[in-house]
Structure formats: C-alpha cells, structure tokens
Write a protein that binds this ligand. Structure first.
Ligand code: NAD
Length: 430
C-alpha cells in the first residue's frame, strides 16, 4: 500500500484516484474547486464515466479514498503526489503551464520531508526539470524531492477500464528510488512498465496523441478521395487496418477529432517543436484536414436542405465522443453554431451530455429522446456515435420527421438500408 495524493480531481485525477484506491492504495484527492469537493464528499460524481460512480463509492466506504480542498493535508499524508491539473492552450497554441506551476509551489510550501512528485498532466518536454526546480526553490526546509513523469493515456468513455488494464505504464525518472516506488504503485495493474528519462516520457505522450490525430486526419483525407471517386472508406479502412503494421483503430472517417486533448496537444506539440527549432508541418496539415472536415460536413447539410434559415434541424449526439458527457471542443459545437447563425432551429438529444452542453450552447431545444428531437425536423444530423443510435427504429424515426433527410457525421447507419427506407442519406466517405 502506498499513500498517494492526487492534485486535480477531474477526468484524470478522479479516475486515477479511484483506481489506485481500488487496488489497495490510500488516496487523497485534492481540488481547489470547493463545489466539486463538497459534491464528492456528499457522494456525488461531477462527471459521467462508466463504472466510476460505483468505484468511488466502494473505495470511499472502504476508507481508502478521501477528498479535500486542502493541498497541505494531501501532501502531508502522502509519500507520492500526482499532479493532474489542466494544461490548457494559450491563444498562440502554446501550453498554459500556470496551473502546474502553481501546484508545484503549493506542494513545495507544504513539504517538510522527502516526497516524490509525479506529473500526470500532459506537459511540454522539459517540464519535469522546471517542476523540480520550482519545488526546490520554494521549499523552506530544503528537503529532497524526486520528480517523475507518468503521462496518462486513458480515454474518456472507458477511462476506468483503461486505468485498470493499461497497455503500458510510462515512468520517466532519474534515480532508483522514485522508480521503485512507482513500480510498487503500478504492480497491482500487471501492465508492462517502461522506464525512461523524464524528457522522453513527456515526449511519448505528445507523440502518441499527435499520431492518433494524424491517423484520424489520414482516414478523413482518404474519405474525401472516396467521395470523389465512388469508393467506400469503410472497405478501404478495413482493408488497410488488417495490415498489422497499420491497425484498424482510429482509421475512422467522420467529423474529425475534438475534445479536451487532441486539439490542444497537437497545437502544443507544434509549438514545442517550433521552440526546439523544428517546423512540424506534417501536424499543421493534420490540423488543416481536421478543420476542413467540419466545413465539408456543413456543405453536405447545405446540399441536402438547401436553405438552412427557418429549418428545424435535429442533432443526435453532442458529446465529443460516445460514453462521456465531455463537451470541451466537441465537433457538434462547430456544426450547431454556424447552423444557428444561419437561422436554423436546433432540437438536440444526447444520452449524457445535455446538462454540460447548456454551458456551451444557447437557444437549443433539448429533447428526452432521439425520436423527440427528430419530431417535425427538416433534417437530422448525427454528431456522436452513441450505441443507442445504432439501435434506433429507423422506420419510426422517418415517420416522425417532417423530411426524411439524415446527414450522418459518424457513419452509424447502413447506406443501403437508409436508401431502402426512403431516406435522403449522406455520410462520410461512402
Ligand atoms: P479537468 O479539467 O477534468 O480536471 C482538472 C481538475 O484540476 C479540475 O477539477 C480543477 O478544478 C482542478 N484544479 C485546477 N487547478 C487546481 C489547483 N491549483 N489545485 C487543485 N486542483 C486544481 O482536466 P483533465 O481532463 O482531468 O486533464 C488533466 C490533465 O490530464 C491535462 O493535462 C490533460 O491534458 C491530461 N489528460 C487528460 C485526459 C482526458 O481524457 N481528459 C487524458 C490524458 C491526459
């Protein structure tokens, strides 16, 4: 059992804390958002993530998981302190490191003995050095510290599973002592552990996310060629994906990537590379293809309905991907806002993200089912591939719509079947 503190109780911090507690560690989760801490203490969960609520409750009841807004309490009670605070983008694409820097100072201020401080936030290469420097500079007692980079690869929507059964654990450290402690923390997860220097660990995370975004843009570029040539992206991706060197995952054509990670991590990596004297033009192109994909999709909507003004458009799926309520940089926002600007009425349904969507969108009529959203609609636009949408009764859907027009941004429905049912159906790359 290791005594652990996690600073930042968001998607990464809360799930990590719950999973560490689940394997027997004692965890204090710290957050400076008082409302969030109070909600968690009262048994509530601030985010939707499958399996998380049960896991948190079980470990709180077992006395292994605690919440506080007092970072000093968390630091004092723990041997290892994880930093899991936001690293948002600044206007120029660089990373706003002020959250991490502030937490480093706060940890330092509360440290009276040796600690291991682990950075789990996604950060630019060389951040570990800066965190170590900051902690040493602000510590009055001049105690020893080891800083470790332990990037997180969880996917929202299956974060608990990803944490409990990681593909690999990356430990970027200098020295035996922190590596041994990190291995002890991760031993119950039985995952391959890769030990590197701190800079390499930090680069692995940006390298991964940029490569995954690249795969999505690659699929979207091929989808554009499929549309122009009459080929089918699903078949092309299947045929490519069976090649073990390529793999099928992330070769999905659609609305492109969104969310709180890929867009910002790509911008960050481009910026970091620039600072280091490398012009990462390949990633700039990935960004361009991603932005184009939204424009191409909006054109499909216009081609189908012609004039958008005064039309009622049903939107199915708002979250940036299925099984989450996360609306940060969701592609649905880039579809809905221009349609509203042109005078469309939006009726929307998402199984989990409607509450969060209200913080991002105005003048949307939220409905309690896909059929309710589609009712009387001149067209239906699908933005997120929730499983629930695959199971829709399509005849019923058509019967409630004013016009049987479906523009599918995630290739959820079968083109042939949609045509047989009398839909005007447009999807991506087929
Ligand atoms: P989040 O916004 O969901 O959570 C961050 C939490 O930190 C919030 O609850 C916030 O209140 C808290 N916080 C901010 N400043 C604080 C402070 N000074 N003291 C205490 N708490 C503070 O963010 P997230 O999605 O969990 O992301 C955190 C980091 O992990 C980011 O660097 C992100 O890029 C990275 N990451 C995210 C994911 C993901 O899927 N969300 C996956 C891998 C890595």
């Amino acid at each position: 059992m290791v005594r652990i503190c996690i600073v930042g109780t968001g998607y990464v911090g809360l799930v990590t804390g719950a999973c560490f507690a689940e394997v027997g560690h004692h965890v204090v989760c710290v957050d400076n958002d008082l409302k969030k801490v109070e909600l968690l203490k009262a048994g509530g969960i601030p985010i939707y993530e499958p399996g998380l609520e049960e896991l948190v409750k079980k470990n709180v009841d077992a006395g292994r998981l605690h919440f506080t807004n007092d970072i000093a309490e968390g630091v004092t009670k723990s041997e290892v302190i994880f930093i899991a605070v936001p690293t948002p983008p600044r206007a120029d694409g660089s990373v706003d490191m002020s959250f991490v820097e502030r937490v480093a100072r706060e940890i330092s201020g509360a440290m009276t003995e040796y600690k291991i401080v682990v950075d789990k936030s996604t950060v630019p290469v060389k951040t570990g050095e800066k965190v170590a420097e900051t902690i040493r500079r602000y510590n009055k007692h001049k105690v020893e510290v080891d800083v470790v980079s332990n990037p997180e690869f969880l996917r929202e929507g299956c974060a608990v599973q990803d944490l409990m059964q990681p593909d690999r654990v990356i430990i970027g450290a200098s020295g035996e002592r922190p590596v041994a402690k990190m291995k002890e923390i991760y031993a119950p997860f039985h995952a391959p552990v890769i030990v590197t220097d701190i800079n390499s660990a930090e680069l692995i995370k940006h390298g991964c996310n940029s490569f995954l975004a690249l795969k999505i843009s690659y699929a979207n570029a091929i989808a554009a060629i499929c549309e122009a040539s009459g080929a089918n992206i699903e078949d092309v991706a299947h045929g490519m994906g069976l090649d073990k060197r390529i793999g099928r995952a992330f070769l999905n054509a659609g609305l492109g990537y969104g969310g709180s990670c890929f867009p910002k991590d790509l911008s960050a990596f481009i910026h970091i590379a620039e600072q280091l004297g490398y012009d990462f033009r390949m990633l700039k192109e990935v960004q361009r293809i991603n932005a184009d994909q939204i424009q191409r999709f909006l054109k499909k909507i216009h081609d189908a309905v012609w004039i958008v003004k005064d039309k009622t458009i049903a939107v199915l799926g708002l979250a940036f991907k299925p099984n989450t309520d996360d609306m940060r940089l969701a592609p649905s926002l880039d579809i809905i806002r221009p349609l509203q600007k042109e005078g469309a009425r939006i009726r929307a349904y998402d199984p989990k993200a409607m509450e969060k969507a209200k913080e991002f969108l105005s003048d949307v009529e939220y409905c309690d089912s896909a059929y309710a959203a589609a009712s009387g609609a001149d067209a239906l636009v699908l933005c997120t591939e929730w499983d629930e949408f695959r199971k829709l009764d399509l005849e019923k859907l058509r019967s409630v719509m004013a016009q049987p027009i479906v523009i599918d941004g995630r290739n959820v429905f079968d083109s042939k079947r949609m045509a047989e049912l009398g839909f005007v159906y447009k999807s991506v790359g087929r």
